[in-house]
Design a protein around this ligand. Structure first.
Ligand SMILES: NC(=O)c1ccc[n+]([C@@H]2O[C@H](COP(=O)([O-])OP(=O)(O)OC[C@H]3O[C@@H](n4cnc5c(N)ncnc54)[C@H](OP(=O)(O)O)[C@@H]3O)[C@@H](O)[C@H]2O)c1
Length: 281
């Protein structure tokens, strides 16, 4: 059993989750770095050794779409460490396509990982976070605030997470639990590679949507050219973990702040439509 504060992070095999695990360990937290396939732990183990924080990091299996793995992981954490002070819901997956092409099942798949996974993990962690008066930090996206072309399923899931957390926040606060959402723009992680997108095949199957999809992909490639590093994007997550009273909503870069402000000040929705329609022409 440890007396150090303990944080559980989902999706730490790569990208933002991996960088957050390193940052949390550097900040002195006992870090439960979870992943759905612990066979993919090499990158994290290597980074932990390089940053001399391996003794603060414990790797455990957790698939956010598998309720038994969530329960088993939390039981182990409490048995071994006696406490949970923070949950970082980071696991997520991109989904590209428009509804006529992808179908309803793919939207359900996107919701399973990006929304219901967050809901299930949060619910399971809440009794322990009540005991510690801890906090819930959830990585959403600028796509959880601004709907983006060919991201209907992904943005719907991230909007759902934002609505869920914004609603939970005042309730959790009555029990001393802080709730924060983190909104990154483009981050140079495995996010795009994990899509396994076969571009020629996707474009060939896109029918009347092909010109717009091609324009969108060209624009997205450009924006990922200026992507934040995972370490830079993880810095505000560590700030939210360690500060006295984190705000509800944090963007990870000036670009992300500027972009989400488009929606937050767009009372009739015309500003966002004017902006995103240029992405597909
Ligand atoms: N990269 C961006 O541009 C960007 C922008 C805004 C928001 N985000 C958000 O940032 C978060 C982290 O993404 P990233 O950019 O770091 O991408 P990433 O490198 O692809 O990392 C995603 C992580 O989630 C894990 N994951 C996927 N499905 C899971 C499941 N069912 N259970 C547990 N873990 C699962 C992946 O594990 P496997 O290795 O097993 O697939 C991986 O560890 C996501 O919530 C994403 O939506 C990313």
């Amino acid at each position: 059993m440890t007396s150090e504060k303990t944080v559980l992070i989902t999706g730490t095999s790569s990208g933002l989750g991996l960088a957050t695990a390193i940052g949390a360990a550097q900040a002195g937290w006992t870090t439960i770095a979870t992943m759905r396939d612990t066979g993919k732990a090499d990158a994290l183990l290597k980074a932990a050794a390089e940053h001399d924080v391996a003794d603060h990091i414990q790797i455990k299996r957790l698939d956010v779409t598998d309720p038994e793995s969530i329960t088993a992981c939390l039981e182990e954490v409490i048995a071994e460490h006696g406490r949970l002070d923070a949950l970082v819901n980071n696991a997520g997956a991109a989904h590209i396509g428009t509804i006529e092409l992808i179908g309803v099942d793919e939207v359900r798949t996107a919701m399973e990982v990006n929304f219901f996974g967050v809901v299930a993990t949060t619910r399971a962690a809440l009794p322990h976070l009540r005991a510690s008066q801890g906090r819930i930090i959830t990585v959403t996206s600028v796509g959880g605030v601004v709907g983006q072309p060919f991201n209907e399923a992904y943005c719907a899931a991230k909007f759902a997470v934002e609505g869920f957390m914004q609603s939970l926040a005042p309730v959790a606060a009555t029990l001393g639990i802080d709730v924060t959402v983190i909104e990154p723009g483009a981050v140079a992680s495995e996010f795009v590679a994990n899509l396994n997108l076969d571009l020629p095949t996707t474009l060939a199957a896109a029918g009347p949507y092909a010109p717009a999809l091609e324009a969108y992909i060209a624009r997205t490639r450009q924006s990922f050219g200026n992507a934040q590093t995972p370490t830079d994007a993880a810095t505000p997550i560590i700030d939210a973990l360690t500060s006295d009273r984190p705000p509800f909503r944090i963007q990870t870069s000036p670009w992300a702040r500027d972009f989400v402000s488009t929606t937050l000040a767009d009372l009739d929705g015309s500003a966002v439509q004017a902006l995103t329609s240029t992405w597909v022409r």
